[in-house]
Design a protein around this ligand. Structure first.
Ligand code: SF4
Length: 227
């Protein structure tokens, strides 16, 4: 995916189910609050992801700024809503992936990546050409578009989505989101279709698979049970 294709996608952005149709290349911001610039809040070895992702060596975790879901209880709200972070180039992101491979990370862990999918694909193209072989983890809120996920086919080894709500009431109340479950169910089906198998290396570190997470919220126990 070259820079012209990326620009064309971002000119009328429908990357996530919010489908804002804004021109992010002109500096306009949609619901996720991001423009066409790639903004990263943190890139570091992370030891506290799911044990089969982090292992002892850690996961090279890149926290992307902005978020298309925007939950009221977000633990990273200064990143997701406050847009804390620095502008970096796609080439620098590719370098970061390779630097962490050199430090022994188990995988590349992309956190809240949905609104930067075109940038990420281009960075992966560059880093793969330069020797990146680590599994790629797509770590997301569970609010993705199937069409956007299809762009990632062949790039992602492990999908790590949340599955937050079953009914619309908590989804609207806490994430301003209608039809969360319908969207999430379709996307998880697509993730499973792409990955097809689950595999681990001899240390128990996941190489391929889909892990679905659920956070039980206060007052939402019945929704959790139904889910
Ligand atoms: S990625 Fe951002 S601008 Fe694009 S549709 Fe989603 S919320 Fe809107």
């Amino acid at each position: 995916m070259d820079s012209l294709i990326i620009k064309n996608i971002l000119r009328d952005c429908v990357l996530c189910p919010r489908e804002c149709h804004v021109d992010r290349t002109s500096g306009k911001r949609g619901y996720c609050k991001t423009t066409g610039e790639l903004v990263v809040a943190r890139a570091a070895l992370h030891m506290w992801e799911e044990p089969c992702i982090s292992g002892k060596e850690g996961s090279d975790t890149v926290f992307f700024s902005g978020c298309a879901l925007g939950c009221v209880y977000c633990q990273n709200r200064n990143i997701s809503k406050g847009l804390a972070g620095s502008n970096i180039t796609i080439e620098r992101l590719a370098e970061i992936f390779l630097e962490f491979q050199g430090k022994g990370a188990n995988n590349i862990n992309l956190v809240t990546p949905s609104h930067y999918v075109p940038h990420i694909i281009e960075a992966l193209n560059i880093s793969h050409k330069n020797g990146l072989v680590l599994p790629i983890v797509y770590n997301c809120s569970g609010y993705e578009k199937v069409e956007t996920l299809k762009l990632l086919e062949g790039y992602v080894d492990i999908y790590l989505p949340d599955l937050k709500y079953m009914s619309d009431e908590p989804a609207m109340k806490y994430s301003n989101c209608k039809n969360y479950f319908t969207v999430a169910a379709a996307e998880i089906e697509e993730m499973v279709r792409q990955v097809q198998e689950t595999s681990f290396d001899e240390r128990g570190i996941m190489q391929k698979g889909v892990i679905v997470r659920h956070l039980t919220l206060p007052g939402c126990l019945e929704d959790s049970k139904e889910l």
